[in-house]
Design a protein. Sequence first.
Length: 570
Amino acid sequence: MPGILLTAIMSHLLFFLLALLAVLTKRNKKQLLQTALGLFVASFILVVIGVYAFLPPMTIANLIILNAVDAVILTPLLYLGARSQIQYRGLHKSITGLVFLVMALAIVGIFIAGIVSLDDVYQSIDKQEESEAKPLNENNTPISVAPESARNKIQKAMSVVPNTQFYDLGKLQAQQVDGNIVYIAPVEFTSFWKYVRGKETEGYFSIPATNVNAQPEFQKSKMSYTNSSYFNHNVQRAIYSKYPRYIQSGEAQIEVDDKGKPWYVQTLYKPIPLTNRPDLNEVKVAVVDPVTGEVQNYDTDKSPSFIDGPISSEMAADENSYFGKYVHGWLNSIFGKKDVKIPNESGTESSVTPIFNENGEMYYFTDMASPKENIDSALGYTLVHARTGKLVYYNGQKNNGIMDSKGAKQIVNKEFPEKNWKGSMPILYNIDGNPTWIVNVLDPNGLFKQYAYIKASDSDFAVFGDTAKQTLNAYRLQLAQDPSNVEGSEGVEATTKTGTVSRVLVTSTEKRQAVQFLLEGDTTIYTVTVSKAPLSIFLQKGDQVEMQVQVRGNQTATVDKMTIQALENE
C-alpha cells in the first residue's frame, strides 16, 4: 500500500498547484477551497483504486502523464463547481494556459526522449560478438523436451491436486534442481471466486526437461502469495508496494531452492530518465516468499544461487530486439537498416528458448534474421545469460547462407503432413563444425514424437530419430559420408591407424564419391573421400591400410591420409 498511496499523491501535484493558484487569486477563497478539497478527495480515491488495479510504475514519464490527465479533468470541474463565487480573471487564464502548455510540451518531450533514448538502451547492453559457437560435446545434454510436451503431460496429471477444480497450470520455468534440468510449474487459481474459496494454492509440478519419457510429480507446498491471487496477496502487487519505482518485466515465475521450497521471482528495472525504456545497467530481481509475502531485491548476478533465471525471458526478448534493431540508432532502423537484425519468433518463451550449458548455466537462445521479407537465412544468433544479462552474438560469418529457425520448422512440418506433426523449439548447434538445427517434433496435442537434426546449410539434409543420442549418431554418420564435412571433426586430434579391411562400401552422389569401410576386429566406420585419396576407390576386402584418422566417440571416423599397401607396392 505505501507505494500505491505515494503514486496517487504524486499524480495530483499539478492539480494541487492549479487549485492553490486559483485560491490565491480569487476573492471567495473559502468556497473555492472547499470545492478544490472535495474534488481532490474524490479524485484521490479514484486514482488510488486505479493505481491499485493497474499498478503503473512510479516513473517520471508516467507521473507527468497522470498529472496531465488529472489536471485536464479536474481543473474545469473546479471552475464549474465554483462559478457562482468567482470571476475568471484574465491573469489566471494566462497562468493556467501557460501551465497546460508546459504540460503539453512535457508530454511531447517524453515522446522525443523515448526516441532519443533508444541509443542509450543499446549502449547499456552488455554485449559481445563471436564468429562461431563452440562445438557440441556429446557428453553434455544438448537439448530439452519442448515445453508444450511437458505442459501436456502435467495437464493430464492435474487430478492429483487436492480441490483440482480450483486450479489451472501456471507458467512453466526451466531450471536446474539438484543437478537435474527440470520444468517447474505452479498451480494457479482459475478465477476470483476460486481464490475466495481456496485462499491458498496447493503446490507445484516438476518434470525432467531432458527425458521425453519422464512423468510429472506434484510437490505439496501451500502458497498464499501467487500470480493468480487477488488483493494484497497478488505477487505483482506485493512487489509494487515495496518497489513502485521499478518496472516489472514479464510475469513472475516459480523457482525452487535446494530444499524444495518454491519462490516467486520477478525481474525489475529502472528506466532511462524521462522514458519507460529499460536501462540494462539497472536490472534487479525481486524474490517473493509465497507463504509470508516478504519481498527481497537483489542485483541479478548476486541473487540466491538456486535462481537460474533472474533475467526473465521477456527481458531477454526485449534485449534482443534493442540489440538487433537499434545498432545504428532509430533513424537507421527505419531508413537504410544497415546491420539491422530482427529476432525470430520461434522461441518457446517470449520468442526466446532457455538452454543450459555444460556448467549448468542457463541462457536464452534466439536466432536473428534479415529485416527484408521473404529471406529465410539466419544472420546469426544470440545467447543471453539468464543471470547476468550478458548478450553474446554469434554472427555466423564462417557459415554464410544457413537457414533460420522458421525454415527449420517448415522442413519438419512438411515431413509429416498427413499426421500434422509440427516442429517446436529449434536450437542451432555446432555439430562437428556443421551448424545444425535440432528440433522437437510434436503431434497436434503437443506430445513428443521425434527429434530432427537438420543441416542448416542444406535443407535436404535432415535426420529424424526417437532419441537424442540415436538421432545424433545417425546424423554424424550421414555427415561422415559427405566430403564437405570430412574436416568437421573440430577438436578431435588425428591419430595413426593400421589394419586389414573387412568390409567396403562405395557411395556416390552428384557432388562426391566416398568409401566407407570396416577393419577386422574394429566396429568403427571409417569414411574417406576419393578426392582426398584417389586410390581408395579400388579398396577391397583384405587390403592392408595405414591411415591418419580422426575418431569420434560415436564409432565413426574420417580419414585424412591413407596408404593402401597392395597398391603402393605395384
